[in-house]
Design a binder for this molecule. Structure first.
Ligand SMILES: Nc1ncnc2c1ncn2[C@@H]1O[C@H](COP(=O)(O)OP(=O)(O)O)[C@@H](O)[C@H]1O
Ligand SMILES: [Mg+2]
Length: 361
């Protein structure tokens, strides 16, 4: 078998680990590895532990995802699945993976990345060019409005023109956000403040109507190292969707609390003792039909006549840049809940800070 296989029990002990897995992780096999806590055997691979840690927690497990092993720089492609016992209860999880560092694959990936980068640049260029004429349109409509004060019909058409131009402008804005590479400006961020700003922001973009917003944040919610602008964009996008889902009559509940990641899923990942915050944004709107659930994070997927389909694609990009994760639970007819996990001190960001202290940035 050329694939790596690593299976763990619900308790976080190793059930199966094959030779390929040892080789990819750069470990020497020991006869008593099976039965040991995974955190002990893979202590030099916190990023793999983090993936496994999500297994019992996420409703959407990563499929054909990629990960870079920090210790060796190797890139692995992986799929994570749950294992059920005969009674249908979840007994463990298994990670299937493959070393993608192989030269051909790397070349293939680089070529793909080049193509994507070129496409992104082109999209950014077009979006940028469109901004000026759209702004011009709005200004000229304003001038015209003064000359048309006496003809209500013409005014109403003019208003339609302006709102269409604004819509186009919003799409262009989203597109720029989506293709622009993220460069995080990290600060210590107070998430509760950010959430309140995001509510205000979201309410300026939709008509909130009689929507009730309930905010329940734990008192121990710590400050986190993050980019405040990016995070407020993240929460605004989720909130806009929630407002749109309840359509002016419903309830949005925002819940936030602190958690230590090793307690998640009752597993014993001793090594990743990092605190995280979790933010739930739940609405009691229409829910998401199961046949589109897999596509909601895809760029340009939208079920709305005037949607850009970029809101969640941007959300995912921002979450990933912060080394967090996002999950969704939904029931058609009952509502939807997006759960965002953000590490209080993301590894890569703390590393960059340490590196710059030592003049290596
Ligand atoms: N809270 C929600 N409730 C129901 N459906 C949602 C929710 N959030 C997202 N969706 C679905 O995901 C799709 C993609 O969302 P998004 O990327 O923000 O694009 P847009 O809002 O422009 O359609 C939406 O069109 C909708 O079908
Ligand atoms: Mg949206």
């Amino acid at each position: 078998m050329r694939n790596g296989v690593l299976a763990i029990t619900r308790e976080g002990t190793i059930a199966v680990i094959n030779d390929v897995a040892y080789r990819v992780f750069g470990l020497t096999s020991r006869p008593d590895d099976v039965g040991k806590p995974i955190g002990e055997v893979l202590r030099h691979h916190p990023e793999v532990l983090r993936v496994l840690g999500g297994a019992f927690d996420l409703s959407h497990l990563p499929n054909r995802a990629e990960l870079r092993l920090r210790s060796s720089g190797k890139v692995i492609g992986y799929t994570l699945c749950l294992i059920k016992n005969d009674a249908g209860a979840i007994a463990g999880a298994v990670l299937f993976f493959k070393d993608l560092t192989h030269v051909e694959q790397l070349e293939e990936r680089e070529r793909l990345r080049d193509r994507l980068a070129a496409l992104g640049e082109m999209a950014a260029g077009i979006a940028h060019e469109l901004k000026n004429p759209l702004a011009g349109l709005e200004v000229m409509a304003g001038l015209l409005r003064r000359q048309l004060q006496d003809s209500p019909d013409a005014l109403s058409i003019l208003n339609d023109i302006v709102s269409e131009a604004r819509l186009a402008n919003a799409i262009v804005h989203d597109m720029l956000e989506f293709v622009r590479p993220i460069r995080l400006q990290v600060e210590k961020v107070v998430v509760s403040q950010l959430l309140r700003d995001a509510i205000t922001m979201a309410e300026s973009k939709v008509s909130p109507g009689d929507t009730r917003v309930i905010v329940q944040l734990g008192h121990d919610l710590p400050k986190i190292s993050a980019d405040p602008h990016q995070l407020s964009q993240l929460f605004t996008n989720l909130l806009v969707n929630a407002y749109e889902a309840v359509g002016g009559a419903g309830t949005i509940t925002i819940t936030g609390w602190r958690e230590d990641i090793e307690t998640v899923g009752e597993t014993t990942f001793d090594v990743v003792e990092s605190p995280v915050i979790r933010i739930d944004i739940a609405d009691d709107g229409a829910g998401i039909p199961s046949e589109v659930l897999d596509r909601i994070f895809d760029p340009f997927f939208t079920s709305k006549p005037q949607g850009s389909g970029l809101g969640l694609a941007i959300v995912r990009k921002i979450v990933e840049a912060h080394e967090g994760s996002i999950d969704v639970a939904t029931r058609p007819g009952e509502g939807t809940c997006f759960r965002v996990m953000l590490p209080v001190a993301p590894l890569e960001i703390s590393r960059a800070a340490v590196a710059s202290l030592h003049g290596r940035a």
